[in-house]
Design a binder for this molecule. Sequence first.
Ligand code: NAD
Length: 491
Amino acid sequence: MQTAPTQVQHFIGGSFCASESGAWISRENPATGDALRLIARGGAFEVQRATTAAEMAAKPWAATSVAERSRVLLRVADGIDAQLDALALAECEDTGKPLALTRSLDIPRAAANFRFFATAILHETSESYRTDAPQHALNYVLRKPIGIAGCISPWNLPLYLFSWKIAPALATGNAVIAKPSELAPTTASMLCEIASRAGLPPGVLNVVHGLGSEAGAAIVAHPQTKAISFTGGTTTGAAIAGVAAPMFKKLSLELGGKNPTIICADADLASAMPEIVRSAFLNQGQICLCGSRVLVHKSRLAEFMELFTAHVSGLKVGDPLESESDLGCLVSNEHRAKVHALVQAGVADGAKVVAGGNFTTGLSARVAKGAFMNPTVLLAPPQDSRCVQEEIFGPVVTVQSFDRHADAIRMANGTRYGLAATIWTRDLSRAHRMAHALDAGIVWVNCWLLRDLRTPFGGMKDSGVGREGGSEALRFFTEPTNVCIATGAQL
Ligand code: NAD
């Protein structure tokens, strides 16, 4: 039996509300096709209301002691833990990803983000420089919150990425106006309730739901949002930069990726294979960091293909609620059609489908209409094929071979993106040389998605501008003032 869709409302000035226009966006469960949510469709009016609330809240929040801000954010983390079941289910319903994944990865990571930044601010240091003769001085750097930050996030890791922006923005004393993706907005609203119960004052965190072209664009264009932290597609990032840059806003853009997984001649394939497969297909391949282009030394290609296809054929695609499902469905039927079209483009360019390539059949009645697709392996596409050059963002991996390790670097760097890369080798000095030569913001060696929240996160080329994570995020959400005090004598 179908249940009525639940409403997802804006959170402005500490209260939930619908849009002034009364407009809603309806969203289906991508696994079942059933009506799931009615999402408030906000725009400039709601963004203005949120800005007014944020302006009133920003100064008192900035003046709150670091210890108190830390305590509030730690209570938010505890609140996320306490609501694990409800948050994990909402995320699973919104996105179609396996419930086991939202329980083990997405929601725990959101709590970890809050805990990390809540404690990071307790240990913050400030630079200082002693200026030598002839004019002795002491320089030190003050960091102040920027005021109101705009945070815009995508659908693929909804609460994980939403909290990755909001936690450092709040921890450093800013008020926030945020917009989660209209495809997966529910946990952002649930977080507002958790934050409110944790003691976050009204107006410090505001969420305006709606379409990117309406609510998102209004946040970016508002003169009072002094920084925009955006994670999403490269085309959207360019549009946002076009508006925000001439207004001299601080900008952090975390964009698309087309990440190479390089299998060197000496790779320990047997032990690496489960992680290589996970890096290709976790979250149905809908992670910006997924290794979607595998480059294999030609001496190992036959062995690689045998092991890889055996592992891939063992992956179970199925109902996201069932614990044995390794892959759930894609975020929508429209997205699945786009993914499928890129597979067909690869085939037209000469790639061979050695696994998948088709939609999943034989599913249980509950999910028979869902956006499921089998994990797909495309062998030997040419480097200029769209399936090699464009971000597919689905359960699709290309496999190409190379002769010399220098060729692997050339192929790895041969797209517009530069987010992440993975190298599998036993030779760490080779790994070091390759890491140096790769155009990638993150290089994993003999591992993937191993994250230390203190490290800089982000990409180069068309994968983005700036970095998040650790002190990079704390710096992004603050403005530095250098204070120079003439001391008259050597310190
Ligand atoms: P998207 O760019 O379509 O949307 C992202 C967010 O931006 C959504 O909230 C959307 O409503 C909003 N938006 C859209 N147009 C806007 C506009 N003109 N002004 C302001 N906001 C606007 O991306 P998506 O489809 O939600 O997410 C998938 C993309 O995100 C992929 O390209 C993926 O690689 C990328 N991504 C990158 C990272 C990273 O850290 N680099 C992480 C996750 C996802």
